[in-house]
Write a protein that binds this ligand. Structure first.
Ligand SMILES: Nc1ncnc2c1ncn2[C@@H]1O[C@H](COP(=O)(O)OP(=O)(O)OP(=O)(O)O)[C@@H](O)[C@H]1O
Length: 280
């Protein structure tokens, strides 16, 4: 690829091992006001995610997975400890919001804007907040590259209601990539899709990850999805969430439809399912 996306990837180089996301002794308590009942969502979280790594987080419902992700996004503040992205504390004024792209379960496309204009939306918001400067034409060009990258060629002028759920989620992924963040934080991005669309988008996400060399922190309830996608699966305990296991996923890459049928996939998936059962 001779476009900006490929150039950005070539510059970043996955081989150089570098900490991209660091949780250092993090605790998160909701309701710290003495008048409220407090909930300790997370405690003693020490976790390092390397540059270019794909890490999934799984754990029982309510164990603090989304909280973990929202802390890295800077949407929530830790009660204790610190979270760094690329060496800079997420709470500090030096932290650049554009380092991080967010993808949630439900598409966030505005129905009155075309696909292209929806992809440009985060740039417009960050520009108005003064968080980015520079040439909007560069981003328009990038929006067109992303439309191709995520498989939406020919749909740039379509409106969200003309797209399937899976296609809308492709728009959301493009929105998250528009300002070329180093990190993608994804909270159950395919959780509301049917099984076939989910499998298809899993493959697409792996291709996009390979081509753009982002660091991905991925939350899911689906243990097989976690095994299929990840370099490493982090298991949280029931609330208060603590890291109780980290499973290296040594399946060959690139992964494809056949990967799920391999002996190693079945072994890893069984191990994770058994581990999960023992948590309850
Ligand atoms: N704003 C809040 N105020 C009080 N408690 C909260 C708040 N947000 C989350 N919690 C509680 O913190 C705990 C962790 O929530 P979180 O959403 O991070 O878990 P989760 O693992 O993502 O859940 P799920 O798997 O059901 O999506 C839960 O018990 C939840 O009820």
């Amino acid at each position: 690829m001779s476009n900006n996306i490929a150039r950005d990837s070539a510059d970043s180089g996955r081989t150089a091992s570098k900490r991209m996301i660091t949780y250092d002794d993090v605790q998160k308590v909701y309701g710290t006001d003495p008048a409220e009942e407090s909930v300790t969502a997370l405690q003693d979280i020490d976790l390092n995610i390397e540059h270019g790594e794909f890490v999934s987080v799984v754990g029982p419902s309510g164990c603090g997975k989304s909280t973990l992700l929202h802390l890295a996004a800077g949407i929530l503040e830790p009660t204790d400890g610190s979270i760094k992205i690329n060496g800079t504390s997420v709470q500090s004024t030096q932290h650049q919001r554009k380092e991080v792209g967010l993808v949630f379960q439900h598409p966030v496309a505005l129905e009155w804007r075309t696909v292209r204009k929806n992809i440009m939306l985060p740039v417009q918001i960050l520009k108005e907040n003064g968080a980015i400067d520079g040439d909007m034409d560069e981003y328009r060009e990038r929006a067109d590259e992303l439309i191709s990258l995520v498989g939406l060629k020919g749909f740039g002028d379509s409106y969200p209601n003309e797209l399937s759920g899976g296609m809308q989620q492709r728009v959301t992924i493009s929105q998250a990539l528009i300002y070329n963040p180093s990190v993608l934080l994804m909270d159950e991005p395919f959780g509301s899709l049917d099984a076939m669309t989910k499998d298809e988008l899993n493959l697409e996400l792996l291709r996009i990850w390979r081509e753009t060399e982002k660091t991905i922190l991925f939350i899911t309830h689906d243990l097989d999805e976690a095994v299929f996608l990840s370099d490493r699966v982090v298991v949280l305990s029931p609330r208060p969430g603590e890291v109780v296991d980290e499973i290296e996923i040594d399946l060959e890459r690139p992964r494809n439809e056949e990967t799920r049928a391999t002996e190693r996939f079945v072994e890893l998936s069984t191990k994770l399912h058994q581990h999960f059962k023992s948590l309850k």
